[in-house]
Design a protein around this ligand. Structure first.
Ligand SMILES: Cc1cc2nc3c(=O)[nH]c(=O)nc-3n(C[C@H](O)[C@H](O)[C@H](O)COP(=O)(O)OP(=O)(O)OC[C@H]3O[C@@H](n4cnc5c(N)ncnc54)[C@H](O)[C@@H]3O)c2cc1C
Length: 403
């Protein structure tokens, strides 16, 4: 390990590894250090299908060491603070590392503590409280949904904060409903969604299809209602009712199963750093992904302060933009022909076993399809892409800097 790198990357998840791999694939690659504390690397998008019993969770996990790009150094520490005036990052163990260029990609933070009663119950057998949002908790989703019986109530929630994969809270609900249909008890189990927003999905073209899916399964879709507390012993969920004419109020709903998408925010060490914008995210230009104050700093992925939907698909389009702009700056001293990211994101909305609507859109919520057919319809081909194609593309293409 050195004490200075030409390019230092904070975070070796989807974004950090992809950028590192692109850089190391260059003909004359810069020296690259990657600060990443975790021994393992997860392909998180597959957790939706793990929670629905399609795959075992092991399929999502690989050794981080196998994906550190050739020639890059892995600094197995957690970054703790930044000194952008002096071009250094200090890790939790007190090591200070210098850089010429910095790429910040530590992902998003799951704020389990923000909902009283959640942290101690989520993923624990017998509580009915489940979440696909971590490797540790995801198997309990499948165990719990198989135990649903006639007369039961299954709730699904979405927080008002930005989250990674905005469609994930709904996908597991559609899969649960489809499972109940296959078991012949869909009409006898109440399936309900609670969203603080006012729409089912932000892009009209896809919302139309999702509304039909919701009708097909007989789902109760509550808008402007947000989970604020769990009472695990009583199997009760407390919701803040935001809309309506009256003053905000609360309501208590009993459950047999509740899938919770936790509130999320920028990692604390980013929030309190000089790199953050007012909302805590890394303050970068939404087209060039270059920091608004420090020219030699870039950010992408879930931690970046760009107004796109936070997904791995967005990372795939952001990485070449960061790399191209960083290399221009490195070679020419300025970004003379900026490469731009226009907010592309993709949400593969699984609507049942073997059915998927591939929503792809940009910063303005305009559809941005990659396929020459009507992707607003449910298709098996798009389900197969998510279940079998995209994981292969991720491990063998994107993380190797080839896609
Ligand atoms: C249930 C679920 C379903 C999803 N479905 C989809 C989908 O269908 N399609 C899609 O495109 N995306 C999906 N996503 C989102 C996708 O996984 C993320 O958007 C993507 O992983 C973001 O990449 P990232 O590199 O910013 O963050 P991550 O991949 O989370 O990586 C962040 C890395 O930073 C490291 N880190 C954290 N703190 C520090 C620190 N202090 N110092 C150094 N390193 C640190 C972490 O250990 C981690 O390795 C889903 C996510 C979930 C949870």
């Amino acid at each position: 390990m050195k004490d200075h790198y030409q390019v230092l990357i904070v975070g070796g998840g989807s974004a950090g590894i992809t950028v590192g791999a692109h850089l190391r694939n260059e003909e004359h690659p810069p020296d690259v250090g990657i600060i990443e504390p975790s021994e393992v690397h997860y392909y998180q998008p597959i957790w939706t299908l793990v929670g629905a019993g399609v795959f075992d969770r092991e399929i999502s996990k690989r050794q981080e060491a196998d994906f550190i790009p050739e020639g890059a150094d892995w600094i197995q520490e957690a970054a703790a603070s930044f000194d952008p005036e002096n071009n250094t990052v200090t890790t939790e163990d007190g090591t200070t590392i210098g850089y010429d260029y910095l790429v910040v990609a530590p992902g998003i933070q799951l704020d389990w503590d923000k909902i009283p009663g959640l942290k101690e119950s989520v993923g624990q057998p017998g509580t009915g409280v489940v979440s696909n949002y971590t490797y540790e908790t995801v198997p309990q989703t499948w165990t719990t949904l198989q135990q649903l019986e006639p007369g039961d109530k299954a709730l699904f929630t979405q927080p008002s904060t930005p989250i990674k994969c905005g469609g994930a809270p709904q996908k597991i609900m559609y899969l649960t409903a489809d499972h109940l249909r296959k078991e012949g008890i869909l009409d006898e189990v109440s399936v309900e969604f609670f969203s603080p927003g006012t729409v089912v999905f932000g892009v009209t073209e896809f919302e139309r299809t999702l509304k039909k899916v919701i009708d097909r399964y007989g789902i109760d879709f509550h808008i402007q209602e947000e989970l604020v507390e769990l009472r695990p012993d009583a199997h009760e969920a407390v919701f803040q009712v935001i809309g309506g004419d009256g003053a905000p109020s609360q309501k208590v709903v009993e459950y047999d199963m509740i899938h919770v998408t936790p509130p999320q925010s920028a990692p604390d060490f980013i929030k309190k750093s000089p790199l953050a914008n007012d909302d805590g995210w890394v303050d970068v230009h939404k087209l060039t992904l270059q920091h608004n104050q420090y020219d030699n700093i870039f950010s992408l992925g879930d931690a970046a302060g760009t107004p796109n939907a936070k997904t791995g698909a967005a990372v795939r389009k952001q990485a070449p933009v960061v790399v191209e702009n960083l290399l221009q700056l490195m070679r020419e001293g300025a970004i003379t022909e900026p490469k731009e990211y226009h907010g592309y994101s993709s949400c593969p909305l699984v609507t049942g076993y073997g059915k998927l609507v591939l929503a792809e859109f940009d910063y303005d919520n305009n559809p941005d399809p990659s396929f020459p057919f009507d992707t607003t319809q449910e298709r098996y081909s798009m389900y197969a892409l998510k279940a079998y194609g995209l994981p292969e593309m991720y491990w063998h293409g994107m993380l190797r800097g080839r896609a």
